[in-house]
Structure formats: C-alpha cells, structure tokens
Design a protein around this ligand. Structure first.
Ligand SMILES: Cc1ncc(COP(=O)(O)O)c(/C=C/C(=O)C(=O)O)c1O
Length: 350
C-alpha cells in the first residue's frame, strides 16, 4: 500500500523532527502510457495523472508537506490565494490536521468543483474582487502581521519540496528521466519543483540524463512567454489565469538550465487536447491540465520535439473540477420517454 509521499520519500522530503505527518496518501499517481497520443505524434508518450491525488490535483503533493510543517510550527490556521486547486487542497489538509483554513479566490473565476471542495472541507472562503495576483498579494500581507497563520502558496518552499516528488516517481517507474517533460505553467511552482526533483536524482546518480522542461501557458495569460506581467489575463483555463507568476525566475531558470522552452497555447488548442485526452485516451482532465498535451501537439508538429522522443505530459487536475466546461460543449441533451423504440431510434439503431 502506498504510504503517502512524505513516508515514501522520507530521506528526500524534510519535515520538522517529531512532526506528525499530515497525509491523505497523496502521490504514487499513475504514469499512464498514451497509445493514441504516441501514434498521433510519433513519440513515446506517457501521462502523469495528477488528478488521481486525494483532492484531484497535484497540489496535494505540496500541501501534505506545507500543512505538516505548519502544524509542527504551531500554526493555528493556514491561508492561501488560489485559482481553486490550492485552496481545495489546503482546506482538505487543514481539516485533516484539525486547523482552520482561509482561502482567497478571485470572485467568479473559480471552477465549480473546486469551490464545492473548499465549502465541503470547511474553509473560510473569501471571494476577492480582483484576480489571483491580487489574492496572493493580500494573503502575503495577512501573514506579515499574523505569524500564527501559515501561508501555504508555492512561494512557501516546502510546497516545492512536496511537489518535486512527482519527478522521483517518474524516474522510479521509467528507470530514467524522459527526454522532455511537458506541463502547464501558471504561478510556476510546479515547473520549478519538477526541475528540482530531476536535478536531485541526477546529482545522486539515479538518472544519467536530465530532461528538457517544456512549459505551456494559455495564450491570453502568458507573462513568461511575453517577458512581462499580463495585467488582465484571459483564458477559459481558469487554473492558470495568472498574470504575474510568483516563481518567475525559478521557471526561467528551469527553462534555460534544461535547454527547454516555455510557450503559449490558445484556448482552442487547449480544448482540442482536452477533448482528445478524454475521447481517445479515456483521461478526463480540467482544461488547464490539457495545456501540456496541447503543447505536445504543437511542438511535435513544428519539429521542436524530435520524433521518437520519450516524453511525459503532466495532466495536473481531474476533469470533474470543472463540469461547466465539459457540459458547455454538450449541444443537445437528448430526452426520451420510457420506450425501447424511442431509445433505439435515438441511438440511431435499426
Ligand atoms: C490544474 C492546474 N494546472 C496547472 C496549474 C499551474 O501550476 P503552477 O504553475 O505551479 O501554478 C495549476 C495551478 C493552480 C493554482 O495556482 C492554484 O490553485 O492557486 C492548476 O490548478
């Protein structure tokens, strides 16, 4: 049985001596071969299914460590700014730890499933009349005057310590690092964490080749591509609707040190990847997660990804997080009477 990632990687994830480990048995997620994407792209494609974590996104990796530290340090509460998944995860792990959580989310820009989670887990939910960047600024101001509240956004380095374990798992399964690792980029904590994990395994001689990091932002919310913050970012991929990434320099370092790239994908390209993943691979992800696969299709098509490469795409959140986007493409819900004839006709059967 998978013991949760602090225990699984105890020698690599530091926690305070004697700390009570707060875990929901996160991590140990599937590294799923993707035969359809492999055929389409001519690559050897694997998907790292982070929607399989306890609250349905990769955020649980960082939150188990952040809340374990917070509790050990005597915090009475945790606070975070979030586009939704960080807040869902913070609320869950705070509930598990028996402490309060406060979440600051951009009003009207959070997918229903994530808001439902924060409500269910009992977080104090503040819908801020601003965007994610405003929320993060507010959260950082609160903790300055309130040391008894722990800030658990990925500006907190212990979040990165938890999230780097995804790279360990990939290398443990493949026996090597992928040639290229592709993932969505919003606040840029995750690309920072993956690169840190790969470098640690390489430094310890567990892998002899580092991957290139390929990060993808939504075209309407791509500060790292433009080279400057985006004042009013726009994308349907609300999880990465972030105009000024907190881990900006670390993301650029991961890109450059790995000889990788950070590029933009349009909402249409994201939706095409979103639909392809569900309909051809049976993997239902939330829109932002599909940005990594949209990036795979883009760079395999334009030659920046060499044919035959072994690649891993991290899909960061479960599709159930954002039912509205899935249902928005539903054209005509068919209604039938309780009648077999009507059913066979509606199914186009003879
Ligand atoms: C599904 C999903 N995919 C990708 C990202 C981008 O990761 P980062 O580049 O590490 O920010 C997020 C981020 C969400 C938040 O930032 C939040 O929840 O506040 C996400 O939820």
């Amino acid at each position: 049985r998978w013991p949760g990632l602090i225990t699984a990687y105890a020698d690599r994830v530091a926690i305070p001596a004697g700390a009570k480990v707060i875990t929901l048995f996160e991590g140990g997620t599937p590294l799923l071969p993707a035969p359809a994407l492999s055929e389409i792209t001519g690559m050897q494609v694997y998907l790292k299914i982070e929607g399989a974590n306890p609250t349905g996104s990769f955020k649980d990796r960082g939150m188990t460590v952040a809340v374990t530290h917070a509790l050990a340090n005597g915090a009475k509460a945790v606070i975070c700014a979030s586009t939704g998944n960080t807040s869902a995860s913070a609320a869950a792990y705070a509930a598990r730890a028996g402490i309060t959580s406060a979440v600051l989310i951009p009003q009207g820009k959070i997918a229903a499933g994530k808001l439902a989670q924060a409500v269910a887990y009992g977080a104090k939910i503040l819908q801020v009349q601003g965007n994610f960047d405003d929320c993060l600024e507010l959260a950082r101001k609160v903790v300055v005057d309130h040391p008894e509240i722990a800030l658990v956004n990925s500006v907190n380095p212990v979040r990165i310590e938890g999230q780097k374990t995804a790279s360990f798992e990939i290398c443990d399964v493949l026996g090597r690092a992928p040639d290229v690792h592709l993932l969505p980029v919003g606040n840029a904590g995750n690309i920072t964490a993956y690169w840190k994990g790969y470098k640690e395994y390489h430094a310890d001689g567990l892998i002899d080749q580092l991957p290139r990091m390929f990060g993808f932002q939504a075209a309407g919310s791509a500060p790292l591509v433009l080279g400057h913050p985006v004042k009013n970012p726009q994308t349907l991929a609300t999880a990465i609707l972030i105009g000024s990434p907190a881990s900006w320099t670390q993301a650029i370092d991961a890109r450059d040190s790995s000889h990788g790239l950070i590029d933009a994908v349009t909402d249409d390209q994201i939706l095409a990847a979103y639909r392809l993943l569900a309909s051809r691979e049976g993997v239902f992800v939330e829109p932002a997660s599909a940005a990594s696969v949209a990036g795979l299709l883009l760079t395999s098509g334009d030659g920046r990804l060499a044919p035959g490469s072994l690649v891993v795409c991290t899909v960061t959140g479960h599709g159930l997080k954002d039912p509205a986007t899935a249902l928005s493409t539903l054209t005509d819900p068919v209604v039938v009477p309780v009648d077999a004839g009507a059913v066979t006709e509606a199914l186009g059967l003879q």
